[in-house]
Design a protein around this ligand. Structure first.
Ligand SMILES: Cc1cc2nc3c(=O)[nH]c(=O)nc-3n(C[C@H](O)[C@H](O)[C@H](O)COP(=O)(O)OP(=O)(O)OC[C@H]3O[C@@H](n4cnc5c(N)ncnc54)[C@H](O)[C@@H]3O)c2cc1C
Length: 66
């Protein structure tokens, strides 16, 4: 059953879930994966960053939104 969380509980819970994912080597990127209220340009940038990280490529900063 789903349970609504208050703003404080939400932040703490998201932080805990993100730490667990990181600890288990699970990379996340995007609005829903990160539980972050971001627009599409930021979602794209984060996807590109994670692509760079996972492929070992240096982050050139090219075509990133400001
Ligand atoms: C009403 C509304 C208006 C918005 N207006 C704007 C705007 O004007 N400008 C702007 O820049 N941004 C806007 N945004 C934000 C923008 O939509 C998001 O930032 C962007 O789409 C996030 O991209 P994403 O790839 O992280 O997630 P999404 O675009 O949601 O992509 C996630 C994809 O993963 C799929 N998926 C989910 N779970 C699974 C699963 N288990 N297995 C396989 N596939 C799965 C989903 O079906 C979806 O196709 C708006 C958002 C909303 C809700």
């Amino acid at each position: 059953m789903a349970k609504a969380l208050g703003a404080d509980a939400r932040a703490a819970t998201v932080s805990k879930v993100r730490a667990w994912l990181e600890e288990h080597g699970i990379a996340i990127a995007g609005r829903f994966a990160e539980w972050a209220n971001i627009n599409s340009d930021e979602a794209l940038a984060r996807g590109m960053e994670i692509g760079d990280t996972l492929s070992g490529r240096p982050d050139t900063g090219a075509i990133r939104p400001s």
